[in-house]
Write a protein that binds this ligand. Structure first.
Ligand SMILES: NC(=O)c1ccc[n+]([C@@H]2O[C@H](COP(=O)([O-])OP(=O)(O)OC[C@H]3O[C@@H](n4cnc5c(N)ncnc54)[C@H](O)[C@@H]3O)[C@@H](O)[C@H]2O)c1
Length: 400
């Protein structure tokens, strides 16, 4: 018998997502007679304890009996149960400073850590993620912020709709002015953004035409790798080479600065990838961007005026175009930035269901295998020891 425990999220502010919905738990227990699921009681989860109980799932405070613990966000180090196997997003594989103490505690407490972010298909594509719903919520918030700045239309908050379907209904009477939106990225986030563009009736146009024309209706251009970067020497673009050596590429976003009202940013970014623009560009008279939904959300990353996280409660801040200082949103002379790091929390029930479906399809069957390459690739720490693929974290882990 394998017992899986769904932990109560301990990070502050509390995350309301969960790895399996009550219905999924019920289904799993019916399908897998040798699987038991227990849920740690939690008052802030998007599914209540009562919903799990109504589905026949045991809710309790203590999860010592579980073999495997599933969370979502980083587990505070004081809540780790020594010797257990955990799955969660640890945000440690890039040596993120804020989670170093947690990573060291994981080693100290002889824990096995399988990081969701490292669960990949053989070709390196990630299996699990909340990107689609981050794209949905981020795109909504970006357009909402543009409406608030211009007064041209009003959109409510996503979390006021309990479900994605309910959100879609709020768009039926939406009349958008002729705005131009640039969408970057080709992953899950951008799929979510594109879904909202279509649902809001924003028409896709070719990047080249977007730069050349004005339109009497709202449009967006979807900028993929080859539209955004070119090799400094060859002038070409190869996805493989860009992923390996992004420093050899120059960014091509500059002409969009004068042609874009709203920027929806959903690219993957690391420090050696050139940013989409520079802080000084905001001082130029033809800098047209009024609103940036930085869904990628790296501090001073691909969007240099991302100068900190905003929150779900207060998702937009302004950045003064001359000084680069944070201001209140919607002021003249500033750019509005939406930089929320937990966007899917506005649609947590849909986001959790999607996450659970992917886990059940691709990861769960691996738990019974004597040898699973998929789990092996994603195991960062085994019983307190760094695994082969993560030896590069020795200094971060305090082993050197
Ligand atoms: N704000 C939020 O709430 C939130 C939520 C989810 C994701 N995100 C962030 O959004 C970004 C995009 O997420 P996603 O879910 O679309 O990711 P994804 O894995 O679905 O897609 C990422 C894209 O980047 C490309 N890519 C992968 N590795 C790369 C590399 N080394 N160099 C350059 N490109 C690479 C991939 O080919 C893919 O097209 C990530 O930075 C993620 O952390 C933010």
């Amino acid at each position: 018998m394998l017992t899986i425990g769904l932990i109560k999220e301990g990070k502050v502010p509390a995350d309301n997502r969960v790895a399996f919905t009550p219905h999924q738990c019920q289904w799993l227990q019916e399908q897998y007679p040798d699987l038991r699921i227990v849920v740690q009681s939690c008052p802030t989860r998007c599914f209540s304890d009562r919903e799990y109980q109504a589905a026949g799932i045991k809710v309790q405070d203590n999860l010592e009996e579980a073999d495997i613990l599933l969370g979502i966000k980083e587990v505070p180090k004081e809540l780790l149960i020594p010797g257990k196997t955990y799955f969660f997003f640890s945000h440690t594989k890039k040596k993120q400073a804020g989670n170093q103490a947690l990573f060291r505690a994981i080693l100290r407490e002889k824990i096995t850590l399988i990081d969701y972010e490292c669960l990949t298909h053989e070709d390196g594509q990630r299996i699990l993620g909340f990107g689609f719903f981050a794209g949905v919520v981020g795109a909504h918030n970006g357009i909402m912020a543009y409406g608030r700045r211009t007064g041209a239309f009003a959109l409510g908050r996503v979390y006021q709709s309990k479900h994605f379907k309910g959100l879609i209904h709020t768009y039926f009477e939406l009349r958008l002015p002729p705005l131009k939106v640039a969408v970057t990225g080709t992953g899950r986030v951008s799929s979510g953004v594109l879904e909202i563009m279509n649902l809001m009736g924003i028409k896709e146009v070719e990047p080249e035409e977007y730069l050349r024309r004005n339109y009497a209706y709202p449009v967006f251009a979807h900028l993929r790798g080859q539209d955004l970067y070119k090799h400094k020497l060859t002038g070409g673009y190869s996805r493989e080479s860009f992923h390996l050596q992004p420093g050899e590429y120059a960014c091509l976003f500059e002409p969009y600065l004068a042609q874009t009202d709203v920027l929806m940013n959903g690219i993957y970014w690391s420090a050696d990838i050139p940013p989409l623009f520079m802080m000084e560009d905001m001082r130029k008279a033809d800098f047209r961007i009024a609103t940036i939904a930085d869904i990628t959300n790296d501090l001073k990353g691909s969007i240099p005026c991302n100068i900190g996280d905003s929150t779900m409660e207060d998702p937009v801040y302004g950045v003064d175009k001359q000084t680069g200082q944070k201001t209140a949103p919607y002021l003249q002379g500033s750019v509005d930035v939406m930089a929320v790091g937990n966007l899917p929390n506005e649609l947590p029930r849909d986001a959790s269901q999607y996450f659970g479906e992917q886990f059940i399809k691709f990861v769960l069957p691996e738990l019974w295998k004597v040898r699973s390459d998929l789990l092996k690739r994603a195991t960062m720490v085994r019983e307190g020891q760094l695994t082969e693929g993560f030896r590069y974290l020795e200094d971060y882990a305090g082993l050197t």
